[in-house]
Design a protein around this ligand. Structure first.
Ligand SMILES: Cc1ncc(COP(=O)(O)O)c(C=O)c1O
Length: 437
């Protein structure tokens, strides 16, 4: 017997998004398990899973543990097909062109290792691409003689034309592939991938679109974009459990396209189901309840928010732009300025930070920068602070999600003012009081 899977509550009255969102009014926060003492302004790194989605996953785990053999042998393929139908509707493609993935890193590596490389083949990529893809390409540089051609994109960004121009002018008859983000990670920029893909298709160049950050930040339509490959993430802006993603492979590339590791089912002949589907349905024993819960996350925003995904994306964009304006106004004397036109940001944005004075630049960190440690430890503000891989400038990134409030960005401005003033003087006030987990 199959235990019915819990449905996301249909009885909940959709919650209206208020603008500007203030702490007292925010009714979304309680729907997430986030530590109430934190100003959690970093949905972009690992997302945050709503309680209802966690409950749905728990029901799937229960179902799996009642009869694990049935779950893996009989139910899994059917559940994967349901997953394909819901997700493909969300990102605008055919269900059977999608493969489940544990994350974008593996999805990108799967594409790169399914490509026939010849010595001297060139891959054009911007200098804002995420490092996991760049690292995998560097490996191919050594093993297969692939050449990386970087298209520099000026930052702060003026307009999208600059990105299109930088990429397209580097295409040659040696270009085998273009790898480009729809929204960049450290710099939060929306890139004009549609126009880049169009030109690649015209010239017969493969295009790998990294949509890790785009899915859930902005409407995505893979069919209209028509790339060779599209990589998406579940655990960022879809708010699915950690360890979820997907890969779209254009139909003409699916034959012979296989996972990085073949499962014990990989040799079986089953004419009724394409090998592309079977290979990725099951890649060995794993906890597939994570990926299957992506459908619940999509449904959560559709049903819990009055106006569904469109309202969610619009409200999050507005909120993060308000947060940025507040920071820029309050911290103008530290050089804070918008780094892109509003239309080039989705639901996160990045700001360039000043350098600390004296020896403070050499402080150790548990995260990526000592200032990030200070913000968490002393001010309960969770945001990432990094150095850009293109030119080593120090930046911070803020996200906006339904559970955030404008007061949280104001508290971040207070915290930054205090910390940057001390940094400018080359001082550090007090020590960390506890180890940050
Ligand atoms: C643009 C981009 N691509 C790929 C990745 C890798 O994602 P994951 O950690 O899910 O593998 C990230 C992660 O932040 C990203 O921002």
């Amino acid at each position: 017997m199959i235990v019915p899977v819990l449905k996301i509550t249909d009885t909940v009255k959709p919650i209206q998004v208020e603008a500007p969102v203030s702490g007292a009014q925010n009714r979304f926060r309680q729907l997430w398990a986030i530590d109430p003492s934190l100003r959690f302004l970093n949905h972009g790194s690992y997302g945050a899973v709503p309680r209802e989605v966690t409950a749905y996953r728990a029901s799937l785990l229960e179902r799996m543990e009642r009869d694990a053999v049935r779950f893996y042998k009989v139910d899994l393929e059917k559940l994967m097909d349901e997953w394909r139908i819901v997700l493909s509707d969300f990102v605008g493609c055919q269900p059977y062109d999608m493969a489940p993935m544990p994350n974008a890193t593996v999805a990108i590596a799967t594409v790169l290792h399914n490509t026939q490389w010849n010595v001297g083949d060139e891959v054009v990529l911007t200098d804002h691409e995420y490092m996991s893809g760049v690292n995998e390409l560097r490996r191919l540089e050594t093993s297969h003689g692939v050449k990386l051609v970087f298209a520099p994109v000026e930052y702060p960004m003026r307009d999208a034309a600059q990105v299109r121009h930088a990429v397209l002018e580097r295409l040659t008859n040696k270009t085998k592939m273009v790898m480009v983000s729809q929204i960049t990670s450290a710099t939060s920029l929306i890139f004009p991938v549609e126009e880049i893909v169009k030109e690649c298709n015209r010239r017969g160049i493969e295009c790998l679109v990294d949509g890790t950050h785009a899915v859930g930040q902005m409407p995505v339509n893979v069919r209209a974009m028509n790339p060779t490959y599209f990589v998406g993430s579940g655990h960022k802006w879809l708010s699915s459990p950690k360890g979820t993603g997907f890969l779209y492979v254009a139909p003409h590339k699916q034959e012979g396209f296989r996972p990085l590791a073949l499962s014990s089912r990989g040799h079986k002949i089953r004419p009724e189901r394409a090998l592309f589907l079977r290979d990725f349905d099951y890649v060995g024993t794993d906890d597939y309840t994570k990926i299957l819960s992506m459908t619940a996350a999509i449904r959560f925003f559709e049903t819990v928010v009055d106006g569904g995904w469109k309202t969610t994306m619009d409200a999050n964009h507005r909120l993060v732009m308000q947060g940025r304006d507040l920071l820029v106004k309050r911290l103008a004397n530290f050089g804070f300025a918008a780094s892109a036109p509003d239309a080039a940001n989705g639901t996160m944005t990045t700001l360039i930070l000043p350098e600390p004075a004296g020896d403070l630049a050499k402080r150790g960190t548990q995260y990526d920068d000592a200032l990030q440690d200070r913000l968490v430890e002393m001010h309960q503000c969770v945001i990432p602070i990094w150095r850009l891989s293109c030119d080593n400038r120090r930046v911070l990134r803020i996200s906006g999600q339904l559970y955030n409030t404008i007061e949280e960005y104001a508290a971040l401005a207070d915290a930054l003012e205090e910390e940057l003033t001390m940094e400018a003087r080359g001082q550090m006030d007090g020590q960390m009081s506890r180890v940050v987990a």
